[in-house]
Design a protein around this ligand. Structure first.
Ligand SMILES: CC(C)(COP(=O)(O)OP(=O)(O)OC[C@H]1O[C@@H](n2cnc3c(N)ncnc32)[C@H](O)[C@@H]1OP(=O)(O)O)[C@@H](O)C(=O)NCCC(=O)NCCS
Length: 138
């Protein structure tokens, strides 16, 4: 498995991958949003390649204080082969190089598979925190 940075031409394939893996797509997941992301920190948006095909992807974020992990997805038939862990490790390495001391990820309460995965690779739930948010524009 190789990891490389996402290119805008990958967008249709990566979007299909997000859907195949069961991610819930939101405003913020369109082509124009991927372009914005590339302007900001293109080195944190990664894809995993196997046999010349994209089989996984992750979007990292660095806000100058914390690292974030979004949209981690592995093609269903390629899961449980270490691809997800490999992608997260690579984002973590790149975040540390930027100065991050902590990385966070948001996981839906119902997504046990994802919380088990994150627990297995060293992430801890934070029951003292709740997620709050506000839509700024469509
Ligand atoms: C979560 C996800 C990215 C994990 O990717 P993956 O490549 O299958 O994970 P890995 O093979 O690297 O797993 C590493 C370890 O995590 C744990 N793990 C992974 N999937 C698990 C599952 N379904 N149930 C329990 N533990 C799991 C295991 O300990 C595993 O090690 P092992 O296979 O040696 O036992 C993948 O299941 C996926 O794409 N899910 C759908 C999309 C999603 O929910 N993304 C997260 C959004 S927050």
């Amino acid at each position: 498995m190789k990891i490389r940075e996402f290119k805008i031409d990958d967008y249709p394939i990566v979007r299909d991958l997000w859907q195949a893996a069961g991610l819930i797509l939101r405003p913020g997941d369109e082509l124009e949003d991927a372009k914005l992301k590339l302007q900001r920190d293109s080195d944190l948006f990664l894809v995993a390649i196997q046999d010349d095909m994209i089989v996984g992807s992750v979007m990292g974020g660095w806000d100058g204080r914390r690292g974030w992990i979004y949209h981690l997805a592995v093609e269903p038939e390629h899961q449980r082969k270490g691809i997800g862990a490999g992608l997260v490790r690579e984002v973590e390495k790149r975040l540390v190089a930027k100065g991050a001391k902590k990385v966070n990820a948001q996981v839906y309460k119902w997504n046990e598979r994802s919380s088990e995965f994150f627990k297995a690779i060293g992430y801890e739930t934070q029951p003292d925190l709740i997620m709050i948010g506000k839509r700024l524009r469509k």
